[in-house]
Design a protein around this ligand. Structure first.
Ligand SMILES: O=C(O)CC1=CCC(=O)O1
Length: 270
């Protein structure tokens, strides 16, 4: 297990492979999850990429710190982690709020970003009213109070079968996140709008979305892809909001084909 101190926060992270020897790929997880969600994709890519995983502040084994947060707080943590690891220019794959963090990282530190994968995310997610209602519900009843609704948007009915142990496990992951970290990140999402920033992205971008994503539905992700010059869009079949969990094979295929396309037109990482 690896821990480091960034911006007065202890960050839990994991590096697979040598960042000096292979193209580097960093994954940023979504609201209410930790970096274990990437496992089934990571095992498929680990021969070809050095992979950086981490728990954003307020999630997993990382510290909570001061709440509420901004997306920029999360992006500054990630920039600090990449600097600490001497990663210069990386493929960045962010899921949901992780995609907002990826967009913020690009805005603040474009030198760190070789290409972006924006999975089940948007230039803006939800409305202030929606996030304030979720925060109020959690303050009254904990994450448990919103968990069933969240899980319906995360996963397809096929995955939500009661006998599916993975479904039970991911429910545990959601309800066991620290409440202040979860609520603090809801506030960060509420306050984030990358509409103008999206129009200025000048690195290759792949937008990915599950065809049954109930949180950032395909039409929203499609409209984000249209804002970003040259962005590609890939719809993953039979997946909800977290295709890396529900359809890791298809997600890996989408990532590989995009990375191959980027690397063909791009000199190797220094
Ligand atoms: O929790 C949800 O509804 C889905 C989600 C929105 C932002 C994020 O990271 O997850």
């Amino acid at each position: 297990m690896q821990f480091t101190r960034i911006n007065d926060i202890t960050i839990h992270y994991h590096v697979i492979g040598a960042v000096a020897d292979k193209p580097v790929l960093v994954f940023i997880n979504s609201l209410g999850t930790d970096f274990r969600i990437w496992r089934d994709v990571v095992v498929r890519l680990a021969d070809d990429f050095a992979i950086v995983l981490y728990d954003k502040r307020g999630h997993g084994l990382s510290d909570i710190g001061q709440v509420p947060y901004s997306i920029e707080d999360h992006a500054t943590d990630l920039a600090g982690l990449l600097d600490r690891l001497a990663v210069k220019r990386t493929f960045v794959c962010g899921l949901s709020v992780g995609g907002l963090i990826a967009q913020s990282l690009y805005q603040r530190r474009p030198d760190l970003v070789r290409a972006l994968v924006l999975s089940d995310t948007a230039h803006k997610i939800g409305t202030a009213e929606m996030w304030d209602a979720r925060i109020a519900a959690i303050e009254a009843g904990g994450i448990e109070a919103v968990a069933d609704g969240v899980l319906e948007r995360w996963f397809t009915p096929a995955f939500r079968r009661p006998e599916n142990l993975a479904f039970a496990g991911y429910r545990n992951m959601l309800v066991r996140q620290p409440t202040p970290g979860y609520v603090g990140t809801c506030a960060a999402i509420r306050d984030a709008d990358y509409t103008e920033a999206a129009r200025k992205i000048a690195v290759p971008v792949l937008c990915v979305v599950g065809d049954q994503d109930g949180s950032t539905p395909p039409d929203l992700v499609r409209s984000t892809a249209r804002l970003i010059p040259g962005a590609r869009l890939e719809v993953i079949r039979d997946a909800g909001h977290i295709p890396c969990v529900e359809q890791p094979e298809a997600m890996t295929r989408a990532l590989r084909s995009f990375f191959d396309y980027v690397m063909q037109g791009d000199p190797p990482n220094e």
